[in-house]
Write a protein that binds this ligand. Structure first.
Ligand code: SF4
Ligand code: SF4
Length: 246
C-alpha cells in the first residue's frame, strides 16, 4: 500500500473557525485519512510529530512574532502549502484595522504594552510563497476536500476564476442586488461558496475576497451609490475582508 502523505494544520491568529471547519468534514475527514496522516493539528490533537509535511494547511493571519515563526516553520518543512481561509489569503477583519497596532497598544498600555510581540495583522500570502490559496470565512468544506483529494491523486487543484454572481445564475437564485436593492458584493467576489448567502436571501458581504482580473469594483461602487448607500458604508464594506479600496 502507498505511504500516506503527511498533513499538518497550522493555526495562526484567527477565530479558530477555519481549523474547526476541517473537523466539520465529518465522514469526509475519514475519506481523507485514507490518503493522509495528520501529524500536526493543534485543535484536534496534542500530538506534534512532524518535521516534514507533504501538505501544510495554514489558517489565520500573521499577527504576532509567534505566528511569523510558526509560518516560516510550516513553509520551510512543507512541500505544498495552502493558505486556508480569508484570514490567510486576504487578512480578513483583523487586517482591516486602521493605524499600526504598536501605536494602539502604546497609547493604552504604555511602552511595555506589547508582551505578545504583536505585529500588524497581515495575510500569510504577504510573508511566504503559497502553492494554493483557498479563501472563505470560513472556506467551503467541499472545496478543501476536493483540493486535498486532487493533491493526493497527483492532480493540480483547479483555482476558481469566476465571481459569486455566476453561481447565483447557475442556481437560478433571484438577484438580491437588482431585485431587492441589497448591498451585495457578489459581482466582484471570488466564487466557490455556491452563493450560499444569496440562497438565504442575503447579500454577499465579500467574505471570499475580491476576484482578481476582469471584475469592475468601480461599477459596483456606482451601483451601490445609486441605491443610496453612503460613501462611508460602501468603503467599509469593501475593506472588511480584504482591505480593498473601491
Ligand atoms: S477566515 Fe473567517 S472563519 Fe476562518 S479563521 Fe479567519 S475569521 Fe475565522
Ligand atoms: S455569498 Fe459572499 S459572503 Fe456569503 S459565503 Fe459566499 S463569498 Fe462569503
Amino acid at each position: 500500500m502507498m505511504d500516506k502523505l503527511k498533513l499538518g494544520v497550522f493555526e495562526l491568529t484567527d477565530c479558530g473557525g477555519c481549523a474547526l471547519n476541517m473537523l466539520f468534514l465529518y465522514e469526509k475527514l475519514f475519506d481523507l485519512l485514507e490518503f493522509y496522516e495528520i501529524t500536526e493539528f493543534h485543535m484536534a490533537t496534542s500530538l506534534s510529530e512532524g518535521n516534514h509535511y507533504d501538505v501544510a494547511l495554514v489558517t489565520g493571519t500573521v499577527s504576532t512574532q509567534r505566528d511569523l515563526n510558526l509560518l516560516k516553520e510550516a513553509r520551510n518543512h512543507s512541500e505544498y502549502l495552502i493558505a486556508l481561509g480569508t484570514c490567510a489569503t486576504h487578512g480578513s477583519v483583523q487586517a482591516s484595522v486602521e493605524l499600526p497596532i504598536r501605536e494602539k497598544l502604546k497609547a493604552v498600555y504604555g511602552d511595555d504594552g506589547n508582551p505578545m510581540r504583536a505585529l500588524d495583522s497581515k495575510p500569510v500570502v504577504e510573508y511566504v510563497a503559497v502553492d494554493f490559496a483557498l479563501p472563505g470565512c470560513p472556506y467551503d468544506k467541499n472545496e478543501v476536500y476536493q483540493v486535498l483529494m486532487d493533491i493526493a491523486k497527483g492532480i493540480e487543484p483547479v483555482r476558481k476564476d469566476y465571481p459569486v454572481c455566476l453561481e447565483c445564475k447557475l442556481n437560478e437564485y433571484e438577484c438580491v442586488l437588482v431585485k431587492k436593492g441589497l448591498p451585495c458584493l457578489g459581482p466582484i467576489t471570488y466564487g466557490g461558496c455556491n452563493a450560499v448567502c444569496v440562497r438565504s436571501g442575503l447579500g454577499c458581504i465579500g467574505c471570499r475576497g475580491p476576484l482578481p482580473g476582469e471584475v469592475n469594483p468601480a461599477g459596483e461602487y456606482e451601483i451601490l451609490k445609486e441605491l443610496s448607500y453612503d460613501d462611508e458604508y460602501i468603503v467599509r464594506k469593501f475593506k472588511t475582508f480584504a482591505r480593498w479600496e473601491p
